[in-house]
Each structure stands twice: as structure tokens, then as C-alpha cells.
Ligand binder design. Structure first.
Ligand code: NAP
Length: 300
């Protein structure tokens, strides 16, 4: 951090958006442990504590709070944050914002909504870097792929929850695309590590986990972590597609579209070498335990 923050009197001050999220809550803990004074913004009432002041707000309005921070972090939607950053002048030498590998993965999707996600992410990154350059701010974008670890992700925790309910999880035989799940703590640690690495200014990094594995192996490890252990059932892809259509038609399933099925075969592995080289990124292997895919407080 010395490169960007000099002559500090008292603790370093951070402004954090998305601090109530699965990555954000780990980042708040990291900042607290490192002695930062944090202002965190949420759309919902949150409990302040020493070193952490929660204020109500979102990324749409005019910023009314303090205008001087050592770093601004965004763990919320990147397009909203890029707009907020462009329209609110905050004095901070450092910005670290989470984006997504979807910026590339969904660029050529057959689903218009997914192409739109990629476009918004692309434009948000461009806007954030342009605003940062104009203001002499060092900005870094971190693009996670499949996130897990807090028990409230939308992939592995959903798989675990469905498998727990029925005792079985069904996958098409074609579900063998590569995956690189990344733990929330490794992402929160990355957000801290980039602060001390000048080479990360003006850069975006794909952040996968420390292990690349096939989709079905990833699911197998999730199921193996559960007690009792649900069964993994592999079925012909055509049969799976039919069952998927039936589940949609009867309203028993939402959100899993044809593109998501096709993507189970895609190699979604990312080059994390630039992150290793520039800031020592060293994510853990995919060793999953039940509490990583269970909502805290829920009955396992
Ligand atoms: N989860 C993944 O698999 C994944 C993968 C790739 C990239 N990412 C990216 O990583 C970042 C963090 O992800 P996450 O999974 O930790 O997110 P999350 O758990 O969904 O939390 C995001 C937080 O952002 C805040 N937020 C959401 N919409 C907002 C809005 N319109 N205005 C202001 N604040 C808003 C919310 O805070 P309040 O409710 O307190 O306001 C929420 O707690 C995001 O940029 C996400 O796109 C996630």
C-alpha cells in the first residue's frame, strides 16, 4: 500500500460498496484485521461496530458522505459502480472493483440477455479505467469466475441444496467442461494484495481458483462433502434436455436455460498467471467442506 498512500496520520480509510455480499463480508474482515477505518454502504440497515461504520445508500445517488479515502472498493455490480464513480468525485488514490469473467465468457452467447451482461461489464471496465486515468487514480478490476465458500453462491450451494432435498443430483453425460471455482476468501485477499502492487494499476485480472477440474468432478466433490451423501446420476444429454424442458414447462425450475446446459461442456478455465506474477495471487485448491455450500444457520 505504501506506493499509493503516503504520510498517513492515523488509520487508513476505506469506502466499501457491497460489503454485505459474500466476497464483501470477507473483505470487511480483512480490512478490520489490517487496522483500516471502514465506511461501508448498504441498501439495508446494518450494524456498525468499532472500525466499521455502515451507512444507508446505494450506487445510484449523489454521494453525501466524506470525500477523502485511501481506497474505494466495490464488491457490488460493476456497471452501477462505474457510473457512480464517474458521477461522484471522491478523493482516493486507489480503487479496487470486482467485475466478472462473464465479460469474455458471455460475449458471444446465444442468449441476448447474456450478451448484454458481457456488454455492460465491458463498458463498465472501460468507463472505470477512463475515469481513473483522468483523475490520476490507480484502478484495478478483479474478475472472479465461479465463486463459492460462503454458502450463498448461486452454483455450488444451489447444487448442494437440490441434492440434499432429493438425495440425488442428475447431470447430463456431456457435463464435462472445465471449471475453476474460487473461494471467497482468496478473492477478498486478492483485493488487499493488489493495494501493495503498483503493476496492478489500470489492469483487469481473471481470478479463478487454484485447481481446474471437470464439471462432473466438481459436482462429485460437492456431493461427497454432504452428509448423508447424495447420489450423482449421469444421464444421456438428450434425456436431460427433455427433463429440463418439462421442469420449465411445469414451473418446477427457473433460470437454467439452454445456454447454461451448453456451457456445462465449455472449458471455463482462466489464466491466473498474470495475477500470480503481479500481486502474488495464490488461490487454494478445490477442497470443499459442507459449510462452504450451506447457508449459515440452515439445517445441513
Ligand atoms: N458470485 C459469483 O459467482 C461471481 C462471479 C463473478 C463475479 N462476481 C462479482 O463479484 C462481486 C461480488 O460478488 P458477490 O457474489 O460477493 O455478490 P453478492 O453476494 O451478490 O453481494 C453483492 C452486494 O452488492 C450490493 N448491491 C447489489 N446490488 C446493488 C445495487 N444496485 N446498488 C448498490 N449495491 C448493490 C449488495 O449490498 P446491499 O444489499 O447491502 O446493498 C450485495 O450485498 C460482484 O461484482 C459480482 O458481479 C461474482
Amino acid at each position: 500500500m505504501d506506493e499509493y498512500v503516503r504520510n498517513q496520520q492515523g488509520p487508513l480509510r476505506a469506502l466499501v460498496f457491497g460489503g454485505s455480499g459474500q466476497i464483501g463480508e470477507r473483505l470487511l474482515t480483512n480490512l478490520h484485521d489490517a487496522g483500516w477505518q471502514v465506511t461501508a454502504v448498504s441498501r439495508h440497515a446494518q450494524q456498525s461496530r468499532p472500525g466499521l461504520e455502515w451507512i444507508s445508500g446505494d450506487l445510484s445517488g449523489t454521494w453525501q458522505g466524506a470525500a477523502d479515502f485511501d481506497a474505494v472498493f466495490s464488491c457490488g455490480p460493476l456497471d452501477h459502480f462505474a457510473r457512480w464513480f464517474a458521477t461522484n468525485v471522491i478523493k482516493a488514490p486507489r480503487v479496487v472493483a470486482f467485475g466478472s469473467t462473464s465479460v469474455d465468457v458471455k460475449r458471444d452467447s446465444i442468449e441476448p440477455a447474456e450478451r448484454d451482461v458481457a456488454r455492460r461489464l465491458r463498458e463498465a471496465e472501460a468507463s472505470l479505467f477512463a475515469t481513473s486515468r483522468e483523475r490520476g487514480v490507480a484502478a484495478t478490476v478483479l474478475r472472479p469466475t465461479l465463486v463459492y465458500g460462503a454458502g450463498r453462491d448461486k452454483t455450488l450451494s444451489i447444487i448442494a441444496s437440490m441434492a440434499r432435498r432429493s438425495g440425488v443430483f442428475v447431470l447430463p453425460l456431456s457435463a464435462n467442461g472445465l471449471r475453476q471455482p474460487v473461494h471467497v476468501q482468496d478473492l477478498a485477499d486478492a483485493a488487499m494484495q493488489v493495494l501493495a502492487a503498483p503493476a496492478t494499476a489500470g489492469q483487469a485480472y481473471a481470478l479463478g481458483g487454484g485447481e481446474v477440474l471437470g464439471y462432473s468432478e466438481m459436482v462429485r466433490r460437492v456431493l461427497a462433502a454432504l452428509q448423508p451423501r447424495p447420489r450423482l446420476l449421469r444421464v444421456p444429454t438428450a434425456l436431460f434436455r427433455l427433463a429440463l424442458r418439462a421442469a420449465h414447462a411445469t414451473g418446477r425450475l427457473h433460470g437454467m436455460n439452454a445456454e447454461a446446459l451448453a456451457r456445462m461442456q465449455e472449458p471455463l478455465a482462466f489464466d491466473i498467471e498474470p495475477a500470480r506474477r503481479d500481486f502474488g495471487y495464490a488461490p487454494r485448491a478445490f477442497l470443499i467442506e459442507a459449510d462452504m455450500v450451506s447457508t449459515p444457520g440452515s439445517t445441513p
